[in-house]
Design a protein around this ligand. Sequence first.
Ligand code: BTX
Length: 325
Amino acid sequence: KKTKHKILDMLLNHSDTHLSGQKICDVLGCSRTAVWKHIKELESEGFKIEAIQKRGYRLLSTPKELSEARILVGLKTKELGQHLIYFDSIGSTQKEAQHLAEDGAPHGTLVITSHQTTGRGRLGRIWSMPKGKGIAMSLILRPELSINRIPQLTLIAAVAVVKAITDVTGIQTDIKWPNDILVKGKKMVGILTEMQTEGTNVKAVIIGMGMNINADKNDFPEEIRSIATSLKTLTGKSHDMSLIVQTILFYFEDLYMRYLDEGFSVIKWMWESHAVSIGKRINARLFNGKVLTGLAKGIDEEGALLLEDDQGSIHKIYSADIEIK
Ligand code: BTX
């Protein structure tokens, strides 16, 4: 752990009193000048720190903006996010994670930024993000699972995001199969799951998430203004993005472990309880251009969507865009 993170940890745990520079030096075995330098760095990252002569430092507030230090300090996971690759700005975290996975990045590696310039969705579509107002992250997993189970990981990710958002903000969100998190029908989060395989073996899975957090309506490009929403537009205030990331990682790891131990059924009911499309008539636009219309019955044990058409036959859908009618 970096000295700067250790100092932040100490400040977070002593926010009711001042912590003397000498005390920090003694605990961490570094010089007063080094402490001062790290404090200045934390301040430049948006932490408000009071410094009083002879008494020391006290943390007054943490930034709402994404902060590497704030994500790492107090992160309650064993693996997910512990290997954090943070960028002030990057083209696409997904692309970077793909490269890192090829180079052997370990399970749980997280690539993250709040300024993604060329984000992508499924089928080469664009994922846009107003600078500094949202989270773009890609998580590398190395599951020992067969290829047909990988779509289930998208559903686990969705449940983790829904739980984390409710925990941190009190906002209830809906899941639209397979990869959107909506509020009042508008998209707040998009999830993109990709994998690297060798023969029939899964080498890595990369789960990308794009989240609209502190953007105002007008921050979005014109063409998605009517379909996108953010936590800020819903609540009227900004939210602590690092805390949201920590909470998502916590739930993701917890659900993932339970999934490995107990199978998909534990996730399935949680997922279904948040799903908006189930029990409704939908159009499913398949990626080969075909459109199926019918009743969304639920998901099966693999995470595929079950659609009953008007002739009563059940179709298993593995990937599509769906419209709720
Ligand atoms: P998708 O193909 O399901 O959705 C993409 C569509 O969503 C776009 O065509 C557009 O209509 C709409 N859209 C674009 N930007 C936004 C936005 N900010 N809010 C709401 N709607 C939007 C969804 O793909 C999966 C997106 C994954 C993005 C993450 S971000 C981290 C990682 N890096 C990366 O390049 N992609 C992933």
